[in-house]
Write a protein that binds this ligand. Sequence first.
Ligand code: BG6
Ligand code: MG
Length: 223
Amino acid sequence: MPAVIFDLDGVITDTAELHYQSWRAIANELGIPFDHQANNALRGLSRPQSLEKLLGPRSGDFTPAQKHDLLARKNDDYLARVAGMSERDLLPGVEPLLRSLRDARIPMAIGSSSKNATFVLERLGVTSYFEAVVDGLAAPNSKPHPEVFLLAARRLGVPPAGCVVIEDAEAGVAAAKAAKMRVIGVGPAERVGGADVITPTIAALDTQTVLSLFPARSAGPNR
Ligand code: BG6
Ligand code: MG
């Protein structure tokens, strides 16, 4: 039985914008220019990786304790924003897709770099669709490392070749490819061009396209 592994941030909900607001507050405080384009380069990366990218050549100016403080404050700000989320923050087309995959009895998992994935899913009210939630706590090697997707596949009991990943991040597409999975990229080709199929939005993706990426079942007698 094949399976679908969803990234969370930027696929199920637009937390990319909330991450942006929280990082921008830190960047402003430090006098570092930060715009949406810079934020897009952080998609799929862990919190510490994101901070390193944001600090760039100034990374060496900060002690580990100062970085720890910046990360904690960024996350406090982000969590306050997530607390205000509800099912209204599901991206258009997500719930119909989840429902139709569930109706087709396709097992589903979340594979996210976020350590806040469980909280975000609860706020969105969609936890029950997923048989496994693998987050940045369970898989410390962040995307583009394949660990998060390989662990999700293992928890679903499906071999990697039977999994289709839905991702919005360049690092996430690379992680899915490294896991030897098929991948649907959500967003512009400049970002997710490495995917097998690209869709501008989840709303534009139909269930049939997802199912068409599953490996063909080998036909044969008594199978
Ligand atoms: C990813 C996001 O899903 O999670 C990144 O795309 C984010 O932008 C990363 O940095 C880590 O998230 P969190 O919630 O643990 O800070
Ligand atoms: Mg994402």
